[in-house]
Ligand binder design. Structure first.
Ligand code: SF4
Length: 224
C-alpha cells in the first residue's frame, strides 16, 4: 500500500519520502485507513495517466456494485464494451456473469465487480508487469475498503496475479486460496465459458462452495 500512501500524501500536499515513516492524518490501522470510501479512492485515481494504457482507453473502469459487499468478483481488465461504457463486465461475458450471480440468488447490486487493471489493454492483450505494478494497488485499495468475506477471481490472469502464482487456473480452481486472510476462489473467466461451455459445470462447483461459505440458500438454477 506504499504506492497508495504516496499518492494520498501528494494529493494532500505532503511530501512522500521513501522509507521515512509519515503519519497520515486520521491514520489508525495503516495506509488502508487513508481511504474510507470508494469515492475517495476513485477521486485519487483521477484522470489517471500513470501507465501507458491511458493512451488507448475511452474510460477508466473502476468497479460497480455494493460498497459493503460480502462477495467481490475480480476480472482481468476491461474489454471493448466495458471501455466504452465505463463499467466492468457488460459485454457477452458480463451477461454470463450476471446469470451466474442470478443463479446464486443475488443481483449485481448485491456484489461488487471490478478488474485488476482499470483501463483496456490494446487488442485485449495481457497487461504488462509495469502496468500491473501501477494499477494493482488500486484494486488492493478497493478490497481494503470493501472488506469482502470472499473474493472470486475470474480467470487465469486475475487468479495468478492476486495469488502471485504461476499455477494454471485449472489447478488453482476448485478450492479456496488465501488472499491476505480473505478466502479467494479462483474460477474460469466467463469469456472462457463462452468458448468452452462444458467448463460451466466446474464453475458452478466453485460457485456452490462460495454460496456455502456465505450461507446462501442452495439454488437449482446453476450450470445453465
Ligand atoms: S491502467 Fe490503471 S495505472 Fe494505468 S492509466 Fe489506467 S488507471 Fe492508471
Amino acid at each position: 500500500m506504499d504506492y497508495l500512501k504516496k499518492l494520498y500524501l501528494e494529493a494532500i500536499g505532503i511530501e512522500y519520502v521513501p522509507g521515512q515513516a509519515t503519519m497520515v492524518p486520521g491514520e489508525i490501522d495503516g495506509p488502508a485507513s487513508e481511504f474510507e470510501t470508494l469515492e475517495q479512492l476513485r477521486e485519487l485515481i483521477g484522470d489517471c495517466h500513470r501507465c501507458q494504457l491511458s493512451r488507448g482507453r475511452s474510460n477508466i473502469v473502476f468497479g460497480v456494485g455494493n460498497p459493503h459487499a460480502d462477495l467481490v468478483f475480480v476480472g482481468e481488465a476491461p474489454g471493448r464494451d466495458e471501455d466504452l461504457e465505463g463499467k466492468p463486465f457488460v459485454g457477452k461475458a458480463g451477461q454470463l456473469l450476471t446469470r451466474i450471480i442470478s443463479a446464486m440468488g443475488l443481483t449485481r447490486d448485491d456484489v461488487y465487480i471490478c478488474n485488476v487493471i482499470k483501463c483496456r489493454p490494446p487488442d485485449n492483450r495481457d497487461p504488462l508487469p509495469a502496468e500491473i505494478d501501477m494499477c494493482e494497488p488500486f484494486l488492493k485499495g478497493q478490497l481494503s475498503i470493501i472488506k469482502p468475506r470472499v473474493i472470486c477471481a475470474l480467470g487465469s490472469f486475475a487468479s495468478q496475479t492476486l495469488l502471485q502464482s504461476e499455477v494454471r487456473i485449472s489447478r488453482l480452481r476448485g478450492q479456496f486460496r488465501d488472499y491476505g486472510g480473505v478466502p479467494l476462489m479462483p474460477t474460469y473467466h466467463p469469456s472462457f465459458l463462452l468458448r468452452n461451455p462444458h467448463a460451466k459445470r466446474e464453475v458452478w462447483e466453485d460457485i456452490k462452495m462460495i454460496m456455502e461459505y456465505l450461507d446462501l440458500p442452495a439454488s437449482e438454477h446453476g450450470n445453465n
